[in-house]
Write a protein that binds this ligand. Structure first.
Ligand SMILES: Cc1ncc(C[n+]2csc(CCOP(=O)(O)OP(=O)(O)O)c2C)c(N)n1
Length: 636
């Protein structure tokens, strides 16, 4: 089929004829796929067919090179229309159609129930409704910052538009004038429980117009009209295309019946439906292929995982420096941008730039700092989407908003293997007087619950500086956590900065701050310098303590933990919830080991309150003298 790249103002007649045939075949595939799997979402898949077929056949995406830089991007946010997506991709040569038809929703196959990014042509794994527009907007922003002249289309369901995050994404796209972005609503007026207007009415046109979007309504099954609406020519702002469609389109008894939103046709229904479409029933052939269990591997594009080329010259804060880790992060960020002037990072902020210390960067690199307002859900997804382009992306926010508030957005980023660097300031009781709503104390556990986020908690400004440079020059998602208050520079016994000019940050390697033989005390973040005090107190009692600074609390690997076996007592010390933090993680590892020493876990046992950090620590038994007392007693 001719690929127009949406250049001619009208869909050429011969392409339209080809597309009509394609759409018919795709409807047949949707029926086969769902009937064979015995589950899936045929209704929305069939209403979205013309949208999907036009986009993947006419946009600038090459089935032979689906990850080409500067390609157009097609994001399907209502990921349950996977049968329609797989069929279109199969029939256009991105994937082997038969593999999708036979393997849909089968264990071991790549063709999951919701679209997956590892499949060529698919930009985003989705299924959690409401996140795709944010991710697509982030991609559009990052691509534009690189000077790419591509376009991003995000297809959503109309029920999906009820999600609040879409309102955030709408404002974000309008504020940043993303004229390279189009959102398409498959307006079939039905969702699981019935009519969208009965369930939760949304005035799509008015809401998008009010934010400053261009809005076009079109018959979503009229290929020519849809083509004109989707073509980006002349677009001055982000555009909404409301595609009026019919759920189950093409099969009389499925049309406008919400039951088929998420129910596969039974064998007799399949037979009738295919007869109506004039297509052959191939289910038996496909069934024997499915039963053979043969799955051809998919070769996904390697994610680009952009990193900065230069990490700059590390800053060494002297022993008498009194500063917070936040400021060290902000200074490192600025230095990284200056050191990589042709490739500055993109930095996202949610109305806290002054507190999270990105203001100096914002002043010097205003085009790369994105003030998103109080829209954390959108920001987590948009920054994640942006990180899939060829940019290094930081998002700095208070811990509670960067972790607890948006866990599911991180989870979808995790599934998508994004490349996002989250800097979470204001973590722990260390935040003090703002009180319990602002004490972020669960982040280690939340990040441990994900598979592809690297959690790092630096001990002092020097280590913070190295960690930030490390994250900018290494691929993957990072969650870098720090408190609010000034931290003394950690020093060696000779008084020089411990994380000095010769220090190299190695992810997952705990640093021995002081040696000792009775107790191994593993401290994290703001507790590192307090752990040194614990050691001094116990030394006066004749108890010798080795103090570790653990910068990667979720990466206490077994080989390291084995080195702790000779100690009489192990202890963890963290400004974090004791049952979900570093100590809890270590306990899990120890549970698998024979003859492990006992473990004392020092961390918060309940919410904090307003007050100075040391008063809050005292209330939870976390001051050095309290910790030392318990340790001495436990040692016996
Ligand atoms: C955040 C979220 N909540 C709930 C669901 C469960 N769910 C899957 S599809 C769906 C209805 C979607 O309706 P619509 O967007 O109109 O899609 P269509 O019915 O047209 O396929 C719901 C509630 C989900 N996937 N994600």
């Amino acid at each position: 089929m001719t690929r127009t790249h949406f250049k001619p103002p009208e869909l050429p007649p011969e392409t339209e004829a080809d597309l009509k045939r394609l759409c018919l075949e795709v409807r047949g595939d949707i029926l086969h796929m769902t009937a064979l799997a015995g589950s899936g979402h045929p209704g929305g898949s069939m209403s979205s067919v013309e949208i999907l077929a036009l986009l993947w056949s006419q946009a600038s995406v090459d089935p032979g090179n689906p990850c080409a830089r500067r390609r157009d991007r097609i994001v399907v946010s209502h990921g349950h229309v996977s049968p329609g997506v797989y069929s279109v991709l199969g029939r256009l040569g991105f994937i082997h159609l038969e593999d999708a038809l036979a393997g849909f929703r089968q264990a071991g196959s790549s063709f999951e129930g919701h679209v997956e990014r590892h499949i060529p042509g698919i930009e985003l794994s989705s299924g959690n409704l409401g996140q795709g527009l944010s991710a697509g907007a982030g991609m559009a922003l990052a691509d534009r910052s690189l000077g790419y002249r591509n376009h991003v289309w995000v297809v959503t369901g109309d029920g999906e538009q009820q999600k609040g995050q879409i309102g955030e994404a709408r404002r974000f796209a309008a504020k940043f004038r993303l004229s390279n972005l189009t959102c398409v609503i498959d307006r079939n007026r039905l969702q699981i429980s019935g009519n969208t207007e009965d369930i939760m009415p949304v005035n799509h046109r008015a809401e998008f117009l009010a934010c400053g979007w261009e809005v076009v309504s079109v018959d979503g099954h009229d290929l020519g009209a849809l083509y004109r609406a989707l073509a980006p020519a002349g677009q001055k702002a982000p555009r909404l295309v409301i595609a009026e469609t019919v759920m189950g389109k093409g099969v009389s008894f499925m049309e406008n019946d919400p039951e088929y939103h998420g129910r596969a046709p039974r064998p007799d229904e399949l037979e009738r439906a295919l007869a109506e479409l004039g297509l052959e029933n191939e289910i038996e052939r496909l069934r024997s292929r499915r039963e053979s269990g043969a799955h051809r591997p998919i070769f996904p594009c390697e994610p680009s995982y952009h990193v900065l080329a230069h990490r700059g010259r590390p800053t060494v804060y002297p022993a008498d420096h009194k500063g917070d880790n936040r400021s060290a992060w902000g200074a490192a960020l600025l230095d990284l941008a200056r050191t990589n002037p042709d490739d500055p990072p993109l930095v996202f902020d949610c109305d806290l730039a002054g507190s999270v210390k990105t203001s100096p960067f914002a002043r010097e690199f205003p085009d790369y700092h994105f003030q998103c307002g109080i829209t954390e859900h959108n920001t987590a997804s948009a920054a994640g989407g942006a990180s899939l382009s060829d940019r290094v992306v930081f998002w700095a926010d208070f811990g509670v908003f960067a972790a607890d508030e948006v866990f599911n957005q991180h989870r979808l980023n995790d599934i998508n293997h994004t490349n996002l660097k989250v800097v979470a300031t204001h973590c722990g009781l260390d935040v003090g007087p703002d009180g319990k709503t602002h004490h972020c104390m669960k982040y280690v556990g939340l990040m441990r619950a994900l598979y592809n986020y690297l959690t790092v908690v630096p001990a002092d400004p020097n280590q913070t500086d190295r960690v930030v440079r490390f994250a900018a020059t290494h691929p993957g998602n990072f969650f870098i956590a720090m408190g609010r208050s000034a931290q003394p520079v950690i020093t060696r016994e000779d008084g020089a900065p411990f994380f000095g000019a010769d220090y190299e940050f190695v992810f997952g390697r705990p640093d021995i701050l002081r040696d000792g033989g009775d107790i191994a005390l593993l401290a994290m973040g703001a507790m590192c310098h307090r752990a040194l005090k614990v050691r001094d107190i116990l030394a006066d009692r004749g108890i010798s303590v080795r103090v570790y600074a653990v910068s990667a609390p979720n990466a206490l690997a077994e080989p390291f933990v084995k080195t702790l076996m000779p100690f009489r007592l192990l202890a963890t010390y963290e400004d974090h919830d004791a049952d979900t933090g570093m100590g809890a993680g270590l306990a899990l590892t120890l549970a698998d080991m024979d003859g492990a020493p006992r473990l004392a876990r020092f961390g918060a046992r309940t919410y904090g309150m307003s007050g100075e950090p040391d008063d809050l620590y005292r209330a939870q038994g976390l001051l050095p003298d309290q910790v030392a007392e318990v340790l001495a007693a436990r040692l016996g």
